[in-house]
Write a protein of this length. Structure first.
Length: 263
């Protein structure tokens, strides 16, 4: 193990850039993982862990849990405590940061879509995206499809909010929702738009087995033209005079219903 004692170390500077810059992550193919659980989940996937950065306190406390990382031949660096805030964006970091390499989002649908999926159009909040991915993984869906301006799945907040879910099911990216819809229709996958209007059907009145449900932007929802292009518009039944649901809540409910329909 080597020791790093300066914030000006080139490895620390790289981690700091990756943490804050999507451009840096895209161009380098590298991203940052914070926390032992996220690092461990990534290790079990196709993502390559290149380097691990630990505080002495974390190493002393979790040395046995770090053995799988050591077995994989990951380069380990011990860092001084005052360096940690430069390479993390949480208020109370655990004391472990990993430099990872690899693609998380794919560019085409996986072969098996039988357990259903969610399509997310132009979501803005990385926390919402991470939470939906977490729910989709928990309820056994086949994939989550991201379109348009959704946050990058390598965003630190997306990864943390997904609680490892980003490494547990396929994530697919299409430039726009219509390209994704065409790919789904080619596979004869039922498509439903979460869209509130008089034509919308209560989700309790249809089967979501093997289906894809599309959820739109937190502020404006799905585009009407896209919603009309889906097989049907559906809604989650809620109490009268209630506001519409948060995107992550709606996504999680649909994930549960899709998962339940497939079991």
């Amino acid at each position: 193990m080597q020791r790093i004692t300066s914030k000006e170390n080139k490895k620390i500077k790289l981690l700091s850039k990756l943490l804050s810059s999507q451009k840096e992550r895209s161009e380098s193919g590298l991203f940052v993982l914070e926390g032992l659980r996220l690092t461990d989940d990534a290790l079990k996937s196709d993502v390559k862990i290149r380097e691990i950065f630990l505080t002495e306190e974390f190493l002393a406390k979790f040395e046995q849990k770090l053995l799988p990382l050591l077995d994989k031949g990951c380069q380990i660096y011990i860092i001084d405590d005052f360096i940690l805030p430069k390479i993390t964006d949480t208020k109370t970091p655990q004391g472990i940061v990993a430099l990872a390499e690899g693609k998380i989002a794919l560019s085409c649908l996986p072969f098996d879509m039988s357990k259903g999926s969610l399509l997310l159009s132009d979501l803005q909040d990385p926390g919402n995206l991470g939470t939906i991915i977490r729910s989709a993984a928990a309820f056994g869906l086949s994939a989550v499809i991201l379109t348009g301006c959704c946050p990058s799945v390598t965003s630190p907040k997306v990864l943390r909010s997904s609680m490892g879910g980003a490494f547990k099911l396929p994530l697919i990216y299409f430039e726009n929702e219509f390209d994704a819809l065409s790919a789904l229709k080619e596979r004869n996958i039922p498509t439903y738009a979460a869209f509130l209007d008089k034509e919308a059907v209560n989700m309790d009145d249809i089967s979501l087995k093997g289906a894809c449900v599309a959820i739109g932007n937190e502020g404006s929802g799905l585009k009407e033209g896209f919603a009309k292009s889906c097989d049907s518009k559906i809604i989650i039944p809620i109490a009268e005079n209630s506001e519409s649901l948060n995107a992550s809540v709606a996504g999680s409910i649909f994930a549960w219903e899709i998962g339940r329909a497939g079991n």
